[in-house]
Unconditional design. Sequence first.
Length: 180
Amino acid sequence: MIFAPFHKLTRHSSTRDRPLRDTKLKVILMSSRQYCTFLVNDCHFAIEAADVAEVLRAGTLTRVPLASHSILGLLNLRGRIVPVIDLRRRFQFPEADPNRSRTNVVLSMQGEWCSLLVDELLDVVDIDDDRIEHPTAESPEPHLDAVVGIYADESKLVHMLEPQRILQSLVIHRPRGGIV
């Protein structure tokens, strides 16, 4: 939040002996948040920086049988087991070049941990809330349901993501008594 002062004390210009008077100024309230920005398939994305616990360059993954296609595997992060979600798969982009290094953006949200595998980490930026355009309706495309807004930067569009929505879509509903 950015606050302008409520009052500015000034002296009358005619004399130095007169008391100070209050001149009210307009209050400016602007709410902004910090976002972690990254690339996936040359598209710009952002998530709130407050959700980011750490960033890792590489890690050994353990594959998970019968997991969602978007879950690349599990990462052992100092004894904490963290599912790794490949955002290329999640958004139905082409597979990444296997020779290219990618980045794990590890998130901690309400005690739940996960890692988003992205192509390239960019920067942490401040974005004013009123600069984010929100969709007027839910996306009918299940792979796009995590996009909750668009920020128009000077040179690009940034897709604002809600990590909880990314996780919700990966839950596999199993039939009662059945094995998937």
